[in-house]
Design a protein around this ligand. Structure first.
Ligand code: GDP
Length: 444
């Protein structure tokens, strides 16, 4: 999987990385190629469009880092957006519920549902020492219950005894009950599939969900079916609600589109991938690793990451020096505010500091939120370099001009200036004592 895409993207981006300078036209041309490659890999059209839009936006606004060529920067941006598209954080099966944790498997016939049920059971047993019970609720296909039983015998996992003619919902109840009585940690319900989605199937799934209260509902989808798999996921999610996706046949020579657009289209994570017929051919899905594999440019990505870290350090050192000298003008304030935005706004910064939830409330109460940060940056951008370096010269007429330029009013400009004075005072007071930080305190 992904081989074709890998080759195409490799060729396009290699053409960029060696170049010293890149024009916007160069980037646009490369992105057109990227777009074509993704569409040919069967990635959903909407996903491709928003992907290339975001890359373009970031590439245009990117700070050019020392020791990094613009083309390398573009590779890093493509990489990061790819990770984002695939789901950023890898997620796996959650067992975070009272035992027995119910996992319901849904999907079309032939997608690999029964095989995956046994694979998951084996994985939870072998790796997490869980006691797992499997039950087949497939009363439509005569051999289905027998198939699961055999897989159970093969892997040494317990299966619910078969009672002929029992209804799927009754089997589900019995399975949960047996798991409770037998002291099982997990019970996996392998439901019946159809060749295509139909109303009776959805009703059956909803009924089973109702009687078994599953903690996880995993859709098993065949990655070789490309966009059909994505539409299937959307349908199942709308009707039954799913908590994650298992993509099977990732060992096949599919184009990869399903894997690439699944998360973006459905909002649900790919939790596992099936990579073969054997019982241990099941892997976790790591967006970053997949992106690395597709781009095959890990060296460039880490080079840019290092350069960015160095730049941040240099900036921080320069800022600390200014603070100590009691110099902190509006350029510095804008830089601080931008840094906050880069870290994901107030929420992002607070998320990085343990126990900061309360602080965030305080800042919100003091009237500082992400929208205001953006507005403050706009105000500073509307000033001349002279005004930024020397805010004391800002009198009435200048303020009027800045208000017009930034779409704000004099009151908001005064608020910003007051905040800046407050911060500068705090910093002056701290100057020379070698203390760090104070940024947040200064803001409030
Ligand atoms: P179900 O009808 O959805 O329960 O599908 P099955 O579990 O019976 O699987 C159908 C076929 O697909 C079987 O021959 C499996 O061995 C095969 N299969 C399942 N998952 C994978 C996978 O990840 N890779 C490959 N190559 N084959 C798989």
């Amino acid at each position: 999987m992904f081989e074709n895409l890998q080759e195409r993207l490799g060729a396009i981006l290699n053409g960029l990385t060696g170049r010293g300078a890149l024009s916007e036209a160069d980037v646009s041309a490369a992105l057109r190629e990227v777009r074509r490659a993704l569409i040919e890999a069967d990635v959903a059209l909407d996903v491709v469009r928003s992907f290339t839009d975001r890359v373009r936006e970031k590439a245009v606004g990117a700070t050019v880092l020392k020791s990094v060529k613009p083309g390398q920067m573009v590779v890093k941006i493509v990489h990061d957006e790819l990770v984002e598209m695939l789901g950023s954080e890898g997620e796996t099966i959650s067992l975070n519920a009272p035992a027995p944790v119910v996992i319901m498997m849904v999907g079309l016939q032939g997608s690999g549902k029964t095989t995956t049920t046994a694979k998951i059971a084996k994985r939870l047993t072998d790796r997490q020492g869980k006691k797992v019970l499997m039950a087949s609720l497939d009363t439509r296909r005569p051999a289905a219950q027998e198939q699961l039983k055999q897989l159970g015998e093969q892997t040494g996992i317990a299966t619910l005894p078969i009672i002929p003619e029992q209804l799927p919902t009754d089997i589900a109840r019995r399975a949960v009950q047996a798991a409770k009585l037998g002291g099982y940690d997990v019970v996996i319900l392998d439901t019946a599939g159809r060749t295509h989605i139909d109303e009776p199937l959805m009703v059956e799934m909803a009924d089973i969900k109702k009687v078994s209260s599953p903690h996880e509902i995993l859709l098993v989808a065949d990655s070789l079916t490309g966009q059909d798999a994505v539409n299937l996921a959307r349908n199942f999610d709308d009707r039954v609600g799913i908590t994650g996706i298992v993509l099977t046949r990732m060992d096949g020579d599919g184009r990869g589109g399903a894997a690439l657009s699944m998360r973006a289209v459905t909002g649900k994570p790919i939790k596992l991938i099936g990579t073969g017929e054997k019982m241990d051919a099941l892997e976790e899905f790591h967006p970053r690793r997949v992106a690395d594999r597709i781009l095959g440019m890990g060296d460039i990505v880490s080079l840019v990451e290092k350069a960015a870290a160095t730049l941040d350090q240099e900036k921080a050192a320069a800022m600390a020096k200014k603070m100590q000298e009691g110099k902190f003008d509006l350029n510095d304030l804008a830089e601080q505010l931008r840094q906050m935005q880069r870290m994901g706004g107030l929420g992002g910064i607070m998320g990085l500091m343990p126990g900061m939830g309360k602080m965030k409330d305080q800042l919100a109460a003091a009237g500082l939120n992400d929208k205001i940060i953006a507005r403050q940056i706009a105000i500073i951008q509307s000033m001349t370099p002279e005004e930024r370096a020397n805010p004391d010269i800002l009198k009435h007429s200048r303020k009027q001009r800045i208000a017009r330029g930034s779409g704000t009013d004099a009151a908001q400009i005064n608020k910003l200036l007051k905040m800046h004075r407050g911060m500068a005072d705090v910093m002056k007071a701290m100057g020379g004592k070698g203390k760090k930080g104070g940024m947040i305190r200064g803001l409030v």
